[in-house]
Design a protein around this ligand. Structure first.
Ligand SMILES: Nc1ncnc2c1ncn2[C@@H]1O[C@H](COP(=O)(O)OP(=O)(O)OP(=O)(O)O)[C@@H](O)[C@H]1O
Length: 301
């Protein structure tokens, strides 16, 4: 079932075209990423989803409702964490939680939410004393406090240290596992790769690709590299004959095999057939980073 349907969305700010003909659907229970460079039109798209902006053209449907016309209803059912959400400096975590709970018909258990976000011992702490990671987790808690069916998270981990980022990612997966459909706006590739079931890559106000992270990588024909030290000499042709392999290089005692598709399996099974042991085998995956750069450089129609 489609939870969100965006069809031919257009939005201009004066002379600037922010969003130009964006369409995508988000299915129930998925983590859907909106990925793109700065100024691509991500935030504008999300603001149209949440009813904060009216599209110039096109239609948006969220849970079968119109974000502008049915804004009050959707506010109850869609949790939003927008960029740079800020609370009053002296408000405590507990006060913020109680206030936000009062906005909703079906508020979540505030204590459990704080516990899930590792903020229980910060209940009495004022907002200004929280670390960046704690503020971010609080913003997520407040986006979830209405027990939403859909959570929209914008620039989730900006400014967080690696540990806090990983914890936040675990949390988003946990939220999805509870049945919440998640829309994640990001320009961070590893985040999209780790979390998203599918991604819309937006560049210059247009969707340039829509696929799974692996599909995007595959689409640009990104190459994997396999590196190992064979226990005995290997005839290169054993490897170059494989359709997956595009190149074999010798680097000292190491062999570096480059290729696409199911490269690892193809190479390891041919080695096994010839009883060649591969020492120190390492796989260097093509990343979504490579795909992103390629897809935002040379547009795919
Ligand atoms: N309120 C506004 N008034 C005028 N122009 C705007 C406004 N908001 C956004 N823009 C412009 O519209 C374009 C798309 O901006 P948007 O914020 O949607 O992109 P974004 O992908 O979210 O970028 P970022 O990753 O930097 O947040 C940009 O050129 C931006 O300068």
């Amino acid at each position: 079932m489609n939870i969100i349907e965006v069809t031919n969305l257009h939005k201009r700010y004066g002379p600037t075209t922010a969003v130009e003909d964006v369409s995508f659907t988000v299915e129930a229970g998925e983590i859907f990423g909106i990925l793109g460079p700065n100024g691509a039109g991500k935030t504008t798209t999300v603001e149209c989803l949440t009813g904060l902006r009216a599209p110039d053209r096109g239609t948006v449907s969220v849970l079968g409702l119109d974000p502008r016309r049915d804004r009050d209803e959707l506010r109850q059912r869609v949790g939003v964490q927008l960029q740079e959400s800020r609370l009053p400096d002296r408000q405590t975590v507990g006060e913020a939680m109680d206030l936000y709970r009062s906005f909703y018909r079906r508020p979540a258990d505030g204590g459990r939410l704080l516990e899930m976000l590792g903020l229980t011992d910060k209940r009495k702490a004022q907002y200004r004393t929280l670390s960046g990671g704690q503020k971010q987790r609080l913003a997520i808690a407040l986006a979830l406090v209405g027990s939403p069916e859909v959570a929209v998270l914008d620039e989730l981990t900006t400014g967080l240290d690696p540990q806090a980022r990983r914890e936040t990612w675990d949390l988003v997966e946990h939220v999805r596992d509870q049945g919440v459909t998640v829309v994640l706006v990001t320009h961070v590739m590893d985040e999209a790769e780790r979390l998203c079931d599918r991604l819309a890559l937006i560049d210059g106000g247009r969707v340039t690709a829509l696929d799974t992270p692996a599909g995007l990588v595959e689409r640009v024909g990104a190459q994997h590299r396999l590196r190992f030290r064979p226990a005995e000499a290997v005839d290169d042709r054993l490897l170059t004959d494989l359709p997956e392999v595009s190149a074999v290089q010798h680097q000292g005692a190491q062999l570096v095999v480059t290729g696409t598709g199911n490269l690892v399996q193809a190479v390891t099974s041919v080695l096994a057939q010839h009883h060649v042991v591969a020492h120190d085998l390492r796989v260097e995956q093509a990343s979504l980073d490579d795909a992103f750069l390629t897809l935002t450089d040379r547009r795919i129609p």
